[in-house]
Design a protein around this ligand. Structure first.
Ligand SMILES: Nc1ncnc2c1ncn2[C@@H]1O[C@H](COP(=O)(O)OP(=O)(O)OP(=O)(O)O)[C@@H](O)[C@H]1O
Ligand SMILES: Cc1ncc(COP(=O)(O)O)c(N)n1
Length: 268
């Protein structure tokens, strides 16, 4: 039988297909990892924002996780939206037993400004989930929240990546600069040194789900055995092309295009 790399996402949903579980599975598929998903919350959202949220009962979350680990191999996993302390506790306990690469996207607020986790759960996330992560992928507001410091310059971004690893205890931190002006530059501190990943900033409003797509691509490459620096380098290329050819769909911030790298595509 052919060897297959298995990647798992634990996250919330986006019925419009741009972010969350849907973006993660599209990315896994496109990058040729076998995709699996555990749903935390069902989110009624589209390119304009969040209309409603329903958290799954925690025993159902637990059952989904057990359904995976009792039967399926997991070579790498990522988490996105986990809304409450109780849900985070169940996920943290399960991940601690898994012993695989864990990419944590510390999703807090959507691009449209809607909160995706309860305010009180932020401290729990910082103390119980972050230390389990092989790599944390905060955007600037998320890193500011985790560190309690303002991030205003590229030097601040590099410092934040190092501080997250040193103070919060994850294996590596990828500080994303999507919220900055100028070039789209991200900094990875891998516990040893800073690595820089840079692309031009593409002029588009269609960036819904870029963070999900990026962390899912890193997870897919880690599931295939690539080391972290190479996985981030290839994932950065994937997300850049997905933004370059993003779809002008919906009335708000449109979704990224997962066919972009495969076909060198054409925004249809
Ligand atoms: N307009 C753009 N052009 C090129 N790259 C971009 C653009 N916008 C975002 N990116 C890249 O997409 C990746 C995700 O970055 P970002 O900081 O937007 O994450 P995020 O805020 O978590 O995503 P999201 O907005 O989906 O929550 C980064 O590598 C960033 O540089
Ligand atoms: C379920 C879920 N998870 C994450 C995001 C963040 O994506 P974005 O900030 O691009 O809206 C989202 N909108 N929905």
């Amino acid at each position: 039988m052919k060897n297959v790399s298995c990647a798992l996402t634990i996250a919330g949903t986006d019925p419009s297909g741009g972010a969350g579980i849907q973006a993660d599975l599209k990315t896994f598929q496109e990058l040729k990892s076998y995709g699996m998903s555990v749903i935390t919350s069902v989110v009624a959202q589209n390119t304009t924002g969040v209309k409603g949220v329903h958290h799954l009962p925690v025993d159902m979350l637990h059952e989904q996780l057990e359904a995976i680990s009792s039967d399926m191999p997991v070579h790498a996993l990522k988490t996105g939206m986990i809304a409450t302390e109780e849900m985070m506790g169940i996920v943290a306990e399960w991940i601690a037993k898994m012993n695989v690469s864990y990419v944590m996207d510390p999703v807090m607020v959507t691009q449209s400004g809607d909160p995706l986790i309860e305010k009180d759960a932020r401290l729990y996330l910082k103390h119980h989930l972050v230390p389990l992560a092989s790599v944390l992928t905060p955007n600037i507001p998320e890193a500011e929240d985790l560190l309690g410091d303002k991030i205003e310059t590229k030097e601040d971004m590099k410092q934040a990546a190092a501080s997250i690893v040193e103070k919060l205890g994850c294996g590596a931190a990828l500080m994303k600069g999507g919220h900055f002006q100028g070039e789209a530059v991200d900094y990875l501190f891998d516990g040893d040194r800073i690595h820089t990943f840079q692309s031009e900033r593409i002029k588009t409003k269609n960036t819904h789900g870029t963070g999900c797509t990026y962390s899912a691509a890193i997870t897919a490459y880690l599931s295939q055995g690539f080391p972290i620096v190479k996985a981030v380098e290839m994932a950065k290329y994937y997300v850049t092309e997905a933004v370059r050819h993003s779809f002008d769909l919906g009335h708000g911030s449109g979704p990224t295009n997962h066919f972009a790298v495969r076909e060198g595509v054409v925004n249809r």
